[in-house]
Design a protein around this ligand. Structure first.
Ligand code: NAG
Ligand code: NAG
Ligand code: NAG
Ligand code: NAG
Ligand code: NAG
Ligand code: NAG
Length: 495
């Protein structure tokens, strides 16, 4: 009896070991490991109208995977953009302190020294660098001085080129939506079939359009070649300086002052005083600037709620009468036909959201958008205030802004009803804001490798398969042994 039990022991042990091995392999490794350490990175997005701070985080052990980096927290810097501190540079540094103190609390203390911190400035500073390179240099020096006083790994304050701004916005959107690569259930990377999404960004001082295209770029300034996760992408991008929301409003105001004596895009019943310096000091209104004017003069201007005149004013921003390429968007800028789906974020989103949710107007087609814009532009000041009591500060400018967006998409970029159907207006993907900031950090921290991660995962995967086969073989061997022994005892009994 004891001998029989003893002879059963080896196959049973073998079976138990095989079973345990199989079970361990099948339990997701994530569940039995310690929670992975998080890494953090901070980007200050110094836009023309304001600065925003984004803190990103990702699990350290998955550094090179797509869609892993997400937003941890964010902070809106109080006051204007850093370029508004041209006359008081140290104020630009001081303005960031409140958000940086928040970063000290949001990032665990033991991670401070290893957390990269970047400041990227966009079109507001590009304009300041055009009018006064010394002023822009001292603003950058002032913010650098503030940022180096913090325990983070400060990696510089720079002015992004329009091309970088466009491409990093495109990288952010496609990274967050996992359009580059995806990690499948079998433990293998694959490339999603849906392709990449074009990106449209509308800031305060510039607007960017970026999309993957097969058409050759006739102007090399508009083409960027990228290698991400082993795949090559040919991307068209252009940034239109002075076509951001605030600069467009300023240009329309300058035209209205000069040609109409009233503002056709402002609501009837609304009037305000404008200081000529504020209208004409920007390089974007330089062409409209009167030869002699007193900057301190205040001029009174009233709205007239005239959709037709307003459309005429806005359409003057899009000059399609010269083009040295086979085709242009406007202002002589080369652009192939828009291709594929698009995501439009920042002020594009806010403008459409105003029409949709505040005004309750449908904007699913270009035609609906056109009707919605005319409806907004035809409202009097009291009608508008009654409909949108919470939006007072920007309320008089929504007509001009929406008219500009509609004209930019149709007349400017050449969207038709079909291609417009593929545009989504969205400010976030999951919890993460869509903008250039994340793409900028991913690039500067080398978090998107040029080579595919398949090799690294491949060895993991094949060793997993080998172990799986080994443990299965152990189980089979155990059963075979058991069967053999059962037969042996049976035949022994019959003898
Ligand atoms: C990420 O990729 C880089 C370069 O390809 C490599 O040096 C690094 O070890 C990778 N990190 C991880 C966590 O796999
Ligand atoms: C300002 O513009 C000049 C000329 O385009 C450029 O060389 C310089 O790098 C710019 N300054 C900064 C801080 O980017
Ligand atoms: C400009 O206007 C201000 C206020 O209207 C006035 O005090 C100032 O003298 C004017 N300057 C010139 C150069 O005319
Ligand atoms: C368009 O640009 C051309 C060349 O710069 C200029 O001659 C023309 O007047 C402009 N047209 C409009 C409507 O602004
Ligand atoms: C503007 O509104 C008035 C009534 O408030 C209406 O009679 C007119 O037709 C509207 N115009 C347009 C272009 O919608
Ligand atoms: C990202 O960074 C690399 C250097 O690490 C650089 O060569 C490349 O041009 C950058 N990509 C973009 C889109 O700027």
């Amino acid at each position: 009896m004891a001998g029989k039990a003893l002879s059963l022991l080896p196959p049973l042990l073998l079976a138990a070991a095989g079973l345990a091995g199989l079970l361990l392999l099948c339990v997701p490794t994530r569940d039995i490991r310690e929670p992975p350490a998080l890494k953090y990175g901070i980007v200050l997005d110094a836009g023309s109208s304001h600065t925003a701070m984004f803190i990103y985080k990702w699990p350290a052990d998955k550094e090179n995977d797509t869609g892993i980096v997400g937003q941890h927290s964010s902070c809106a810097v109080r006051g204007g953009g850093i370029s508004s501190y041209a006359d008081n540079p140290s104020g630009a540094g001081q303005s960031l302190v409140e958000c940086l103190n928040q970063a000290l609390r949001d990032v665990p203390e033991e991670r401070h020294a290893s957390t990269p911190l970047y400041l990227g400035a966009t079109a507001g500073m590009r304009l300041l660098n055009l009018t006064s390179p010394e002023a822009s240099a001292s603003v950058l020096a002032a913010v650098t001085q503030t940022l180096t006083q913090y325990p983070f790994d400060f990696r510089g304050a720079r002015i992004l080129s329009g091309q970088d701004e466009g491409v990093f916005g495109w990288v952010t959107a496609n990274y967050l939506l996992e359009n580059f690569i995806k990690y499948g259930w079998v433990g293998r990377w694959f490339r999603p079939r849906k392709g990449t999404l074009g990106a449209m960004d509308l800031g305060g001082a510039s607007t960017q359009i970026t999309f993957e295209t097969a058409s050759p770029a006739e102007d090399p300034a508009n083409e960027v070649q990228l290698r991400l996760y082993g795949q090559r992408y040919r991307v068209y991008t252009h940034s239109f300086l002075c076509y951001g929301r605030d600069q467009v409003l300023r240009r329309l105001l300058a035209s209205a002052l000069q040609t109409h004596g009233s503002h056709p895009c402002w609501p009837q019943g609304y009037s305000t005083h404008v200081m000529l310096r504020e209208v004409f000091e920007s390089p974007c209104t330089a062409a409209q600037r009167p030869r002699a004017f007193n900057g301190s003069t205040r001029v009174s201007l009233a709205g007239s709620s005239d959709p037709t005149l307003c459309r005429g004013l806005v359409s003057q921003l899009f000059n399609a009468s010269f083009c040295r390429f086979s085709r242009c968007s406007f202002s002589g800028v080369f652009q192939p036909p828009v291709a594929g789906k698009f995501i439009a974020f920042s002020a594009f989103f806010y403008m459409m959201d105003f029409l949709r949710t505040v005004m309750g107007l449908p904007v699913a087609t270009l035609q609906q958008l056109e009707v919605a814009v005319v409806t907004v532009c035809n409202q009097t000041w009291s009608e508008l205030q009654a409909r949108a009591p919470d939006h007072r500060a920007r309320l008089p400018d929504y007509c001009a802004g929406a008219m500009f967006v509609q004209q930019l998409l149709s007349r400017g970029y050449g969207f038709d009803e079909r291609s417009f159907g593929g545009v989504t207006f969205q400010k976030k993907a999951g919890d993460t804001a869509v903008g250039w900031a994340l793409g900028y950090m991913l690039n500067l921290t080398n978090l998107i490798p040029a080579d595919p991660p398949g090799l690294r995962k491949g060895t993991d995967f094949s060793s997993w398969v080998v172990l799986l086969l080994l443990f299965a073989a152990m189980l089979l061997a155990a059963f075979a042994l058991l069967l053999y022994q059962a037969r042996a005892t049976k035949s022994a009994r019959t003898i």
